[in-house]
Ligand binder design. Structure first.
Ligand SMILES: C[S@@+](CC[C@H](N)C(=O)[O-])C[C@H]1O[C@@H](n2cnc3c(N)ncnc32)[C@H](O)[C@@H]1O
Length: 436
């Protein structure tokens, strides 16, 4: 990053909260899964406290067109604008801009911005969220037409439900979306793509990304992406999409005077400076860099990346992952670990649990287990390592495996099956037993 004016790197203020449910094993003996809560008590914080990690209602415009769980809040970015004395005439760079929080907030404050992002879905979101040269009335008019056509297509449909091509479906986390909501999303996508106006198409597709994840899918974020216990067999896809686009049009109307503030986003690897970013042009860098050890950024946006056509098959997924920053282990090179958890027992012994998360059709890989073990030996030598794998067997049934290395080979140490049950199905006694 040479050749820039003063640089400021800002790490993300993280407030991860992970709360697994309570699980039953096959014999219906209650089995707790790990329960870790290290969430901040947000209610007790003043609104401007930087530990507040959520989008405030007053900041909703543009930011909530589409965000992911890894995004930091706009008020954090705004605080740094003011601390660094940034205003009109300055340029801020976010080399890992994700879904564009820095860029959007810069534009809302009259500051120029430049973003780099390796994930095409996130980059697309950043671009659309910062392109405000839209006629809001035209947008709403087109959206209503798209919606009408989608309803007609749904009502006239009499064949089997629309599905994704098998090579795309394989990329989805198992059960991320049920057949009817998927059918509706695909019909809506067709109608959006038929629109001749490019801007309407792009805003419409971003609205679809939002609705597919937050209305149609079974996905849950907390902070890892997973599939929730409650499945949505149907969802108000068209209605939610139309309200979303109407809301987007209203944001554009409200901020029309700032539409000309320049903001650019480039799809690429931040380690290579784009040629259109002139040396000496950047006044500040505000970013939250990726966490190479633990996050698979491609999982977080998988459903919408597939739906919007950014990902077609496994080869593309592999290439896409390789463009992201990841960790490496001496003697092995780059490795990829799905998730890492740490724990401590009653005697103070500390553990590290690398976890492979697998769908019903995937296989637990020995190479990945070797890499998980090597990663933990190299990065966390003082912690006892227990490699784990979790795999869906049926919709609500999960197999959990623990592995061990003995006499040089990796083998299964323990296998248990757990049934996912809603909280309300547990009696007080069962919960008390689980807690003890
Ligand atoms: C912590 S997130 C940033 C979130 C962002 N601050 C927001 O509010 O949405 C880090 C981002 O870095 C991206 N990333 C990972 N490797 C990258 C690379 N080599 N070049 C550019 N972006 C990369 C990931 O795709 C992810 O979106």
């Amino acid at each position: 990053m040479n050749g820039f004016k003063p640089q400021v790197m800002l790490a993300q203020v993280a407030s991860p909260s992970y709360n697994s449910g309570v699980w039953f094993d096959e014999s219906m003996r209650m089995r707790p899964m790990t329960q870790m809560t290290f969430e901040l008590a947000e209610e007790s914080l003043a609104p401007e406290d930087l530990r507040h990690n959520k989008l405030k209602d007053t900041d909703r415009a543009f930011h909530d067109w589409y965000r992911f769980v890894l995004s930091y809040p706009p008020h954090l970015v705004r605080t740094y604008f003011s601390r660094f004395g940034l205003g009109t005439g300055h340029l801020v760079l976010d080399p890992f801009c994700g879904t564009g929080t820095t860029l959007v907030e810069a534009k809302k404050n009259g500051i120029q911005s430049y973003g780099i992002e390796a994930n095409p879905m996130a980059c697309f979101a950043s671009e659309v969220k910062t392109s405000w040269c839209i006629d809001p009335e035209e947008l709403v008019k087109h959206a209503k037409m798209v919606c009408r056509r989608a309803w007609r297509a749904l009502n006239d449909w009499n064949g089997p439900l629309k599905t994704l091509p098998p090579e795309q479906e394989q990329l989805l986390l198992a059960h991320s979306i049920d057949p009817v909501p998927l059918h509706k999303c695909l019909l809506l996508r067709n109608e959006i793509l038929r629109t001749s106006d490019l801007v309407v198409r792009e805003v419409g597709l971003l609205g679809l990304a939002f609705v597919s994840v937050f209305v149609a899918s079974n996905l849950k974020f907390g902070p890892e992406v997973g599939v929730g216990a409650k499945r949505k067999m149907d969802a108000p896809v068209f209605e939610s999409w139309l309200s979303k686009v109407i809301e987007m049009a209203s944001d554009v109307r409200q901020f029309a005077s700032l539409a000309s503030v320049i903001s650019r986003c480039t799809l690429g690897d931040a380690r290579q400076i784009p040629s259109d970013l002139a040396p000496g042009s950047v006044d500040a860098v505000i970013t939250s860099p990726p966490y190479p050890n633990e996050k698979d950024y491609t999982r977080t946006t998988r459903l919408e990346s597939v739906l919007l056509g950014f990902l077609h098959d496994k080869q593309e997924l592999r290439a896409f992952k390789q463009s992201h920053l990841r960790t490496s282990v001496e003697g092995i090179g780059q490795v990829e670990t799905d998730e890492l958890y740490v724990g401590v027992n009653k005697t103070g012994e500390q553990f590290i649990f690398p976890l492979q998360a697998k769908g019903a059709r995937d296989k637990v890989g020995i190479v990945q287990l070797e890499q998980d073990l090597a990663l933990c030996e190299s990065k966390f030598p003082a912690l006892t390592c227990h490699p784990l794998a979790a795999q869906f067997v049926q919709d609500d049934l999960i197999a959990l495996f623990e592995f061990e290395r003995s006499e040089g080979a990796i083998s299964i140490k323990e296998e248990k099956h757990y049934r996912l049950v809603p909280n309300e199905d547990l009696s007080d006694d069962e919960i008390a037993h689980y807690r003890s």
